[in-house]
Design a protein around this ligand. Structure first.
Ligand code: SF4
Length: 362
């Protein structure tokens, strides 16, 4: 069989002055062959075992050549590939070196002995990696991979909030731009948001940008929370009514929600936690049937490690995460684009907000 996917072709007409700094530093490579050969089939067989529950065997020749080429090129480039839990299974299991939530990815990347980071996730995640790995070249396969939460607020908005609430400390979820992180006192993740808020030792904090995460934090602490009005466009689509219908259809189903969901959804959940905590919960409890109230690819990615668990999926996909695809990752490694950079003055202040959270004693 000779099946191949169409890569983004290496652009032969680009002059040296048009190249990114990363392309000038590391050079451009030839686009590899994407034929599905017996060698490719053999080299990717163990990867296919991990994704066979979601990718039919007949479709594997579409993915395998790019996976094989990416895995070869990342070694040649001394690159590490980070994949968020919401990436599709062929990326998550096929080419990623490090998987996890955005902070886990950036922290692990800082420990990795690689010159180049390829961030399979959205732009604020690539920025967080750049903040924690300033000496590494950070590339993202699609610069347009954004996030409705990160887009809901700017650094200027935070400065206006500070004027409106003088003296009230500002906590920012990591789902924010470096520009915003530079203006706040400390960052948090959905895992540690309550601890971060309480660590400040004050009666009131400004919490941004996710209003639902802010409501969830407010339900867990006595600290008064003043919330920004942002929302994740994926998690806010779930409804409590939808979940009640699933539970009525099968009372044995366990419902696990991400705290970016609206309150009526969280009220229906048996457990609420970050993506990392959701994965731990499913592995620890091994329930016969689980409904994950989060981005759809999560269940696909953890299913191979939890074979006894049946996942019920109300499937909401993140359109930004889904911009990252194998042909674009291949293009990134061949052409060294697109590079994520941060103004050094902003980076220094933004890094401080992230490091304050990382250094928090629990
Ligand atoms: S799932 Fe929501 S929070 Fe995550 S990247 Fe997509 S829009 Fe942003």
């Amino acid at each position: 069989m000779n099946v191949s996917i169409q890569p983004h072709a290496a652009d032969k007409t680009v002059s040296p002055s048009d190249l990114s700094a990363a392309a000038r530093k590391f050079g451009i490579l030839e686009m590899p062959s994407l034929d599905y050969t017996p060698e490719v089939a053999a080299a990717t067989a163990s990867i296919y075992d991990k994704v066979s529950h979601v990718i039919p065997e007949i479709e594997w020749p579409i993915f395998a050549p790019a996976i094989h080429a990416i895995n070869r090129l990342k070694k040649e480039r001394n690159a590490v590939i980070l994949a968020h839990n919401y990436q599709t299974p062929e990326i998550f299991h096929g080419v990623a070196d490090i998987v996890g939530d955005s902070l886990q990815l950036a922290q692990e990347a800082a420990r990795a002995d690689a010159e180049i980071i390829v961030q399979c996730g959205v732009h604020f995640m690539a920025e967080t990696s750049k903040l924690l790995c300033p000496d590494k070249t950070v590339l993202i396969p699609d610069m347009k991979a954004g996030c409705s939460l990160a887009a809901s607020i700017t650094g200027a908005d935070v400065r206006r909030l500070r004027e409106a609430y003088p003296g009230v400390p500002v906590v920012a979820y990591v789902n924010t731009s470096a520009d915003v992180k530079a203006e706040v006192d400390i960052c948090c993740t959905s895992s540690n948001a309550v601890d971060v808020v309480e660590s400040l030792g004050v009666g009131k904090v400004l919490f941004l940008p996710d209003r639902y995460l802010a409501q969830w934090v407010a339900s867990q602490t006595d600290v008064e929370i003043v919330a920004w009005h942002g929302a994740c466009e994926v998690h806010e689509r779930f409804t409590g009514e939808e979940l009640r219908a699933y539970r009525e259809a099968d009372p044995s189903v366990r419902i696990i929600a991400h705290p970016e969901c609206p309150q009526d959804v969280i009220a229906e959940a048996d457990f609420t936690g970050s993506t990392a905590k959701i994965i731990d919960w499913v592995k620890d409890h091994n329930p016969p049937k689980v409904l994950l109230v989060t981005e759809c690819s999560m269940a696909d990615n953890i299913a191979s490690e939890t074979p006894r668990v049946e996942f019920v999926k109300p499937c909401n996909l993140c359109p930004h995460m889904k911009r990252i695809q194998l042909p674009k990752i291949l293009d990134t490694l061949v052409n060294m684009r697109e590079e994520v950079t941060i103004d050094p003055l902003i980076a220094e202040r933004a890094r401080r907000s992230v490091e304050r959270m990382v250094n928090l004693k629990h």
